[in-house]
Design a protein around this ligand. Sequence first.
Ligand code: AMP
Ligand code: MG
Length: 326
Amino acid sequence: MVLLGIESTAHTASVGIVTERAEVLSLATDMFKPLHGGIHPREAANHHVEVLPGLVAKALDDAHIRPSELDAVAFAQGPGLGPCLRAGATVARMLALTWNKPLVPVNHCVAHVEIARVLSGIDDPMLLYASGGNTQVVAYGSGRYRVLGETLDVGIGNFLDKLWISMGGTFPGGPAIEAEALRGSELLSLPYSVHGMDVAFSGMLTATLALRAKGAGKPDLAFSVENTAYSMLTEITERALAHRRRTDVVLGGGVACNERLRGMVRAMAEGRGGTSFAPPKSLCVDNGAMIAWTGHLALGAGLSVPVERSAVQPRQRTDLVPTPWR
Ligand code: AMP
Ligand code: MG
């Protein structure tokens, strides 16, 4: 079996082609990068509409797959930005109708877990999902993926981007802050906001910009932000592991590309006698391959839908999505 998957929940348009053994035959991705400030949903959606046809052609070409050889078309149904989701869903419906293939809706957060699960071989992990818009700790329980902890305000990636742009940088801020932090050494005191298994970042944003205004250097600020924010994420992941009696962690989301975060989570998991796994960076960030792979699981469990029942769900909740393959 071979599936084509389309991702378009936020700034990334991506098409992946994946086999039933989770081999990624091709992955074609194009990220919308705003010239100023953050993402405007309409502008990002226009970008996706422009690039998706070319990405579909490239993915088929690179995989040496003809449309007739595909078993289904999967797409990210939610959660995400409405206009962006609709761009991807429209392309997916059109392809499914044209090629006469089943159409399979996939939850974006579940897809981050499933791609990490299959690549790691860890059967029942805790997922730390740290991306632009999402920051969640997720585990499977009683028939659904459950969100055990999450951000109470912005996603960690949006926090890093906003901080970096406010200090004069450009999007994306996370990788730039990672590079800057390597030159820092002094740990400045910043708000450490952990509330049970939840976190919050807006206080740290205000405090960091205040220190910057008083003359603190970017390297030390980046070093302090990374250590504080990633300690918070590591702490809520550890608490979730302890409560759910799990030992192993998988990472997902763009911020999971960060080496310091990977190292901190690994040290925590190994300290508890477990392991941690982060997918290769191209499969950590938003990507069509994870949608195609989760489409395999969903199709195998009979979860395809007719076009008229394929509406996108911008606020789709992870814990309301059926996962009968588990
Ligand atoms: P996503 O929403 O999953 O596509 O991820 C995008 C987010 O990941 C953006 O907010 C980026 O700033 C962030 N990001 C990407 N690479 C890194 C990195 N190496 N360290 C920290 N954040 C990162
Ligand atoms: Mg994501």
